[in-house]
Design a protein around this ligand. Structure first.
Ligand code: F6R
Length: 616
C-alpha cells in the first residue's frame, strides 16, 4: 500500500521523488504529494487528489525545486480521498512534514490526547497524528530524531514513517515499526535515497540496505546512519540488487499487465534457471536452508498466502501432496494468524507472496516462528521481508518486477516454484523414483516454450471472445481438482480489472447452487483439459448447455469432442496434469485483459486496489 520516496543530494529532489513515485504508483493512487526543501524557497508542499499525473500537472503550474524532498502516493485507509488527507502532513508549527505507509491502530486515542493538548487537525488521517506527535516532542527535545523516536514509541500497528524538518534541512529521517511497511535505503555517491520499494530508486543505485523493525535511519548527503529506535547503533552491510531498471519499464507494451503476461515464457525460464541438473536428474534450490534430513522430517505443510498467491498455494497443495506425499493445509494468511493454529514440531510453513510485503502473510510467518516452526517463502521481491523472515530460506521467483496490480507472471512462476519445491521434497523423501523425477524435469523444461505457444495461438481468439462477452454482468468459471484454483484465479482476474462480477467454482459443486444463475446471457468458462476427471467436466458442460449458458471451454489441443460441446474452445498444448494450471491461466489472463480494455477500465491500476497490501 502507499508508496514512499525520499532524496537528499545534488539533483533536483522533485525530479527524483516524482520519478520514484511513478515507479511506485501501483502501491496506491488515491492521491499523491511531495514536500521539497530549498534554502531560499523554504518548504514547498504540493498535493493532489487522484493519480500521480494530477500532481505532475500541478507541479507544472506550481514548480518546486530543492536538494531534499519526500513524496508519497496514497492508498486511502483513514479518511476519504481528498487533498486534506493526502500526504505529506504537517505538524502544528508547519516546520515538520511526515509521510507514512501503514496504519496507526491507536490513532483515535492519540488524536484525542493531542486535541486535549490543543492541537487542531486538518485531515481525517492517522498520519496527521504522527505529524503532531512528532511536532509535540520536537518542542521538548529541540531535535527531530529524539522527537520521532518518542512518537514512534507511542504508535501501535505497523508503519514506515519518513520525516523532514526545516530546522534540519539536510537530513531525512526514516523509521520503521512492525511488518506493515518496508523501508529500503539507497546508497549513492554524495546522494542517498529512501523508498518503500526497490523500483523507486533503481535508476540511481543498486546498493541497498533494508531497515528492520524498530530501527531508524538518518539520511543525508554524506551517508546513512542506522540505529534502533532506542538509540543503539546498527551495522548492516548493503546488498547489491541485480535487477535491470528497464525490466521495470513498460517498453513497447500498452500496459504493464500486457507486458507481464507476455513475459511469462521468460519468467518461467528464469524460475527454473540454475535449479535443475539435467545430467544428475536433480533439483537444487540455492537459498533453501533445509537439508535432506530436515525435508524428510516434515510431516505437514501449512501453505499460506493472500489473493492470487493463495490460489497458487491451492495449486501447490495438489503438487506437493501428489509428488512428495506430504499433507498440505492451505490457509488465507489473514485467517491463519487469528485462528490459533496448532502447528506441531514436524510442520513447515510455506508462505507465498509476490511482493514479500503482504502484512497478513508476514504475520502468518511470525506466528509460525513463535511456535518454533520454520518457514520457507516462495517470493518474488528480492530482499523483501518475507524473504528475510523465512528461516528455511526463500525460493525466489526471479520473475523481475511485477508492476501491473493484477498478478500474472508472478502467479504462474509461483506454481513452478512450488513444483520445484515439491520435487526437492520428493528427492529427499524418496517418494519419486529418479526416472519419475526426470519426467517431471523434462515437462518443466518444456513449459516456457509451451507458454509461448499459448500466447501465440490464443491471444487473438481471447480478444474476439472479449469482444463478444465484455458486456456481460456476471461470469462463472468452473474447474476441478488442480484446475479448480485456476477457476478461482480466472474469476479474480476478470473481476478485479473489468469489475464484472465473476465467481470461480469447483465444477461438481455447480449443481448445488450456482446452476441457478445460468441463462443464455451467462458466460461459463469451463476448464477441461484431458485428465483423469475429463469425463466429469464434460458432464458439467452438458449441464450448463442444457440451461443455455454460453460455454467457453479450455481444453487440450486437438480435442474436437470438447469443441463439439462448447460454444467456443481455447486449446492449450498437452503437459503433465499438474502443470496444466500454468498454461490454462494464460488465456484467462489475456481474456480478462481485453474485456477490461473494452470496458474502458484502467487495467494496470484497477479501482480501490493496490499492489502491496501492507495493511490488514
Ligand atoms: C490479484 C493480486 C492480489 C495479490 C495479493 C497478495 O491479482 O495480485 O490478490 O495476489 O494481494 O499479494 P502478494 O503476492 O504480494 O503477497
Amino acid at each position: 500500500m502507499c508508496g514512499i520516496v525520499g532524496y537528499v543530494g545534488p539533483r533536483n529532489a522533485t525530479e527524483v521523488v516524482v520519478g520514484g513515485l511513478q515507479r511506485l504508483e501501483y502501491r496506491g493512487y488515491d492521491s499523491a504529494g511531495i514536500a521539497i526543501y530549498d534554502g531560499e524557497a523554504g518548504l514547498q508542499l504540493r498535493r493532489s487528489v487522484g493519480k500521480l499525473i494530477n500532481l505532475v500537472n500541478r507541479l507544472n503550474r506550481e514548480p518546486a525545486a530543492g536538494a531534499v524532498g519526500i513524496g508519497h502516493t496514497r492508498w486511502a485507509t483513514h479518511g476519504g480521498v481528498t487533498e486534506e488527507n493526502a500526504h505529506p502532513h504537517r505538524d502544528a508549527s508547519g516546520k515538520i512534514v511526515v509521510i507514512q505507509n501503514g496504519i496507526v491502530e491507536n490513532y483515535l486515542e492519540l488524536k484525542g490526547r493531542l486535541i486535549e493538548l490543543g492541537y487542531t487537525f486538518h485531515s481525517q488521517t492517522d498520519t496527521e497524528v504522527i505529524a503532531h506527535l512528532v511536532g509535540h516532542y520536537y518542542t521538548e527535545e529541540g531535535a527531530l530524531e529524539p522527537a520521532l523516536c518518542r512518537a514512534m514509541a507511542e504508535l501501535r500497528g505497523g508503519n514506515a514513517v519518513v520525516a523532514l524538518c526545516v530546522d534540519e534541512p539536510d537530513t531525512i529521517l526514516a523509521a520503521r515499526l512492525g511488518n506493515a511497511g518496508g523501508v529500503v535505503l539507497g546508497l549513492g555517491e554524495g546522494e542517498h535515497f529512501v523508498a518503500s520499494d526497490i523500483p523507486a530508486i533503481l535508476d540511481y543505485t543498486r546498493d541497498l540496505i533494508f531497515l528492520e523493525d524498530r530501527e531508524l535511519a538518518r539520511i543525508n548527503r554524506n551517508g546513512i546512519v542506522i540505529t534502533t529506535l532506542a538509540g543503539a547503533p546498527v551495522r548492516r552491510e548493503p546488498v547489491r540488487i541485480q535487477w535491470d531498471p528497464v525490466a521495470a519499464a513498460k517498453g513497447d507494451h500498452k500496459h504493464f499487465m500486457q507486458k507481464e503476461i507476455f513475459e511469462q515464457p521468460r519468467a518461467l525460464m528464469d524460475v527454473l534457471r540454475g535449479r535443475i541438473d539435467q545430467e544428475a536428474g536433480t533439483i537444487h534450490l540455492e537459498d533453501l536452508k533445509l537439508d535432506d534430513a530436515a525435508l524428510r522430517g516434515i510431516e505437514r505443510i501449512y501453505a499460506t498466502a493472500c489473493g492470487t498467491a493463495w490460489h497458487a498455494a491451492l495449486v501447490t497443495k495438489f503438487i506437493i501432496e501428489s509428488l512428495a506425499r506430504v499433507r498440505v493445509e492451505v490457509d488465507y494468511a489473514s485467517e491463519f494468524r487469528y485462528r490459533g493454529p496448532i502447528l506441531g514440531n514436524d510442520a513447515l510453513l510455506l508462505a507465498i507472496s509476490q511482493s514479500g510485503e503482504t502484512v497478513d502473510t508476514l504475520a502468518a510467518m511470525e506466528e509460525a516462528r513463535s511456535q518454533g516452526v520454520p518457514s520457507v517463502a516462495i517470493v518474488n521481491a528480492i530482499g523483501s521481508q518475507a524473504a528475510r523472515l523465512a528461516d528455511g530460506g526463500p525460493i525466489y521467483l526471479h520473475a523481475g518486477p511485477e508492476i501491473g496490480v493484477a498478478s500474472t507472471k508472478a502467479f504462474t512462476s509461483m506454481i513452478v516454484a512450488g513444483y520445484l519445491f515439491a520435487l526437492r521434497l520428493a528427492q529427499a523423501r524418496g517418494t519419486l523414483s529418479p526416472a519419475e523425477i526426470r519426467t517431471h524435469i523434462q515437462a518443466l523444461l518444456e513449459l516456457p516454450g509451451k507458454a509461448a505457444e499459448v500466447i501465440e495461438t490464443t491471444s487473438s481468439q481471447c480478444e474476439i471472445l472479449a469482444e463478444r462477452y465484455h458486456r456481460a454482468t456476471d461470469a462463472l468459471y468452473l474447474g476441478r481438482q488442480v484446475n479448480y484454483p485456476i477457476a478461482l484465479e480466472g474469476a479474480l482476474k476478470l473481476k478485479e480489472i473489468s469489475y464484472i462480477h465473476a465467481e470461480g467454482y469447483p465444477a461438481g459443486e455447480m449443481k448445488h447452487g450456482p446452476i441457478a444463475l445460468i441463462d443464455e446471457n451467462l458466460p461459463v468458462i469451463c476448464i477441461a483439459p484431458r485428465d483423469s476427471i475429463y469425463d466429469k467436466m464434460i458432464s458439467n458442460i452438458e449441464q450448463v448447455k442444457a440451461r443455455h449458458g454460453q460455454v467457453i471451454a479450455i481444453g487440450s489441443a486437438g480435442d474436437d469432442f470438447l469443441a463439439s460441446k462448447a460454444d467456443d474452445t481455447i486449446f492449450i498444448p498437452e503437459t503433465l496434469p499438474l502443470l496444466q494450471p500454468v498454461l490454462v491461466s494464460i488465456p484467462l489472463q489475456i481474456f480478462a485483459y481485453h474485456v477490461a480494455l473494452l470496458r474502458g477500465c484502467d487495467v494496470d491500476q484497477p479501482r480501490n486496489l493496490a499492489k502491496s497490501v501492507t495493511v490488514e
